[in-house]
Design a protein around this ligand. Structure first.
Ligand code: GTP
Ligand code: MG
Length: 273
């Protein structure tokens, strides 16, 4: 049996699973859990000290699921406390604040922390990850848009949800899909169903969209040197257009990336004789 498979997995029987929350301090992990379990929101920030533990029961199809939730503190100070709680986990709620770019950029470090603590025999492949882009109610401060978050999550085979613990938007949908995916995974012997594991776009497409988002000018966007010839610009453009054309590419953000490439080419050709 796989290391983090729960003990009982016969269809129809009750199942016990372990779920943890992960993400920077103050992104809203505890509030997301509170919103789902207690149907309320607390606006005052009460930092989680170490770990908060709770048990809840949910019904998925014909199974009763007993969920042990370990809500982790995001502050680096609590690393020592967190690190023993990563093992034997079936589901992770990975949260960032859409108004705090740092908290989005930190997601890779959270995965790395978990991987390191699971050790060489730990397997992240049989864990369901639900990424929550939280605090979507704070529209004025939003700096990580949906396609950027979705691209990150989906290129890793993770679930992605836009949530607000304050208004409740996306919270029930997130937990329902999350629990169904965990049960599916358990019933499938710890293997992700094919549809979940293989993103419907390639790594090259995802990397290219990210590169285009972060490019500093039109030359950089097309991946040519400043002062490149018309031919070089057109060649680079054609390559990107084939890769990102909305008819061919379903990666989140591909449409905007494609438009940006079209505009970059137009702008460059205007000034090249
Ligand atoms: P640590 O326990 O320190 O790791 O933080 P946490 O991620 O558990 O954050 P917590 O849930 O305590 O929320 C932090 C602050 O953000 C609190 O003041 C919450 O009221 C606020 N907050 C959480 N979710 C939302 C949300 O969706 N929208 C808004 N506007 N505020 C939120
Ligand atoms: Mg907390």
């Amino acid at each position: 049996m796989e290391a983090n498979m729960p003990k009982r997995k016969e269809p129809g029987k009750s199942l016990r699973i372990k779920v943890i929350s992960m993400g920077n301090a103050e992104v809203g992990k505890s509030c997301i859990i509170k919103r789902y379990c207690e149907k309320r929101f607390v606006s005052k920030y009460l930092a989680t000290i170490g770990i908060d533990y709770g048990v809840t029961k949910v019904q998925v199809r014909d199974r009763e699921i007993k969920v042990n939730i370990f809500d982790m503190a995001g502050h680096p100070f609590f690393y020592e406390v967190r690190n023993e709680f990563y093992k034997d986990t079936q589901g992770v709620i990975l949260v960032y604040d859409v108004g705090q770019k740092d908290s989005f950029d930190a997601l890779d470090a959270w995965l790395a922390e978990m991987k390191q603590d699971l050790g060489p025999h730990g397997n992240m492949e049989n864990i369901v990850f639900a990424v929550c882009a939280n605090k979507i109610d704070c529209t004025k401060h939003r700096c990580v848009d949906e396609s950027e978050g979705r691209l990150w999550a989906e290129s890793k085979g993770f679930l992605y949800f836009e949530t607000s613990a304050q208004t409740g938007e996306g919270i029930n949908e997130m937990f329902q899909t999350f629990y169904i995916s965990i049960v599916d995974l358990c019933e499938n012997g710890g293997k992700r169903p094919i549809t979940n594991s293989s993103a419907s776009f390639t790594k090259e497409q995802a990397d290219t969209i990210r590169r285009i988002r972060n490019s500093k000018d039109s030359w950089d966007m097309l991946g040519v040197k400043p002062g490149a010839s018309r031919d070089e610009v057109n060649k680079a453009y054609r390559k990107l257009a084939v890769l990102l054309h909305p008819d061919k590419c379903v990666a989140p953000g591909s449409e905007d990336a494609f438009k940006a490439v079209v505009n970059a080419r137009t702008a460059l050709l205007k000034n090249i004789k």
